[in-house]
Design a protein around this ligand. Structure first.
Ligand code: PEP
Ligand code: MG
Length: 324
């Protein structure tokens, strides 16, 4: 269905057939991914996975982090850049960083838990990000948050970093702060979290993993990993509802956001910000411009009437064949 794909690459806005604007953003791991015209045909960077700075280079000083991120922010020419703090731990380990041996690393000392445990290491990153915010539209986002207490701690540290930069006369910029909603606890408490942050970004890869209790990278249970499982859909609905009730933005940045099979489901749920791997942007553009929101809502109703996985995929495939 993407063969012979035709769409105007430089249309400034991507809209559904019935005129709803949809922002298509990039998930970036290294700056090399920005060396094409990909930023011209997208709405900015929705997820900059900073842990790859560590995973590809080893220990990185504040100034080096600053330079790497500055390059990405300048390349974005004023378009938004959402920088996620290190999502280290789990399967993402650096030999240069201390890490305990864990029996169950996916549930262990990873992401924000790791950053809060090693405060100097975290502070160095926050300093680099706040300094980079002076060069563009930068937001900061925290991975794997599971309690309000974590977000309160993070904000205290951010305040300390700001005061220190200020007292030393180091220029820095304003940032919006958000969380990844990727642990069911954060989804269930989305209404409370929304009072503490400026935006949500939903990590459906981990949200599916933790909701269904199925390893996202394990081939033996890959058939159970289902981002449109009724339980996941119901969390996605709650998150969007909480975001709307509290007037904050919600983006989807898990793999499903760039998948033509799932994009209509996300539009049906009300999401209008989709962040994806650069290789999916053209496909997503094509899909969005061939849909109406009413059709996407009908599709969602049909999915919700069925509890059978095979049926779900048949419904999605039929929809895809009908529309693109
Ligand atoms: C996710 O969990 O959906 C996500 C976007 O984060 P990562 O894939 O980097 O864990
Ligand atoms: Mg994740």
């Amino acid at each position: 269905y993407i063969e012979g794909l035709k769409c105007d690459l430089y249309l400034p806005e991507v809209k559904t057939l019935d005129g709803h604007k949809v922002n298509l953003l990039l998930n970036i791991e290294i700056n090399e991914e920005l060396k094409t015209n990909i930023l011209d045909i997208s709405n900015g960077i929705g997820l900059y996975r900073t842990e790859f700075i560590y995973l590809t280079r080893g220990d990185v000083k504040e100034d080096e982090q600053f330079e790497i991120l500055k390059e990405a922010v300048l390349a974005s020419k004023g378009k938004p850049v959402v920088i996620r703090t290190f999502d280290l731990g789990g399967e993402k380990l650096s030999s240069l960083l201390p890490h305990p041996e864990e029996v169950n690393p996916a549930l262990g000392l990873r992401a924000i838990r790791y950053s809060l445990r090693f405060k100097d290491f975290f502070t160095k990153q926050l300093r680099a990000i706040l300094r980079v915010a002076n060069f563009g539209d930068v937001s900061i986002m925290f991975p794997m948050v599971s309690s309000i207490h974590e977000i309160i701690q993070v904000k205290e540290i951010l305040d300390e970093v700001r005061s220190d930069l200020k007292s030393k006369g180091v220029p820095y910029g304003d940032v919006k702060t958000g969380i990844m909603v990727e642990i069911p606890a954060a989804a269930i408490m989305a209404d409370q979290f929304a009072k503490y942050v400026d935006f949500f970004s939903v990590g459906t890869n981990d949200l599916t993993q933790y909701t269904l209790g199925v390893d996202r990278n394990n081939e033996y249970v890959a058939d159970i990993f289902e981002p449109i499982h009724p339980a996941v859909l119901s969390l996605l609905k709650m998150i969007k509802q909480a975001a709307d009730n509290n007037n904050i933005e919600a983006t989807i940045c898990g793999e499903m956001a760039g998948d033509p099979l799932f994009i209509p489901v996300l539009l049906g749920l009300g999401y209008r910000n989709l962040s994806m791997s650069p290789t999916n942007i053209l496909k997503a553009r094509y899909v969005v411009t061939h849909l109406t929101i009413d059709k996407c809502r009908e599709l969602l109703d049909r999915l919700e009437e069925s509890y059978h996985k095979k049926m779900h995929y048949n419904i999605l495939k039929m929809f895809m064949n009908e529309h693109y």
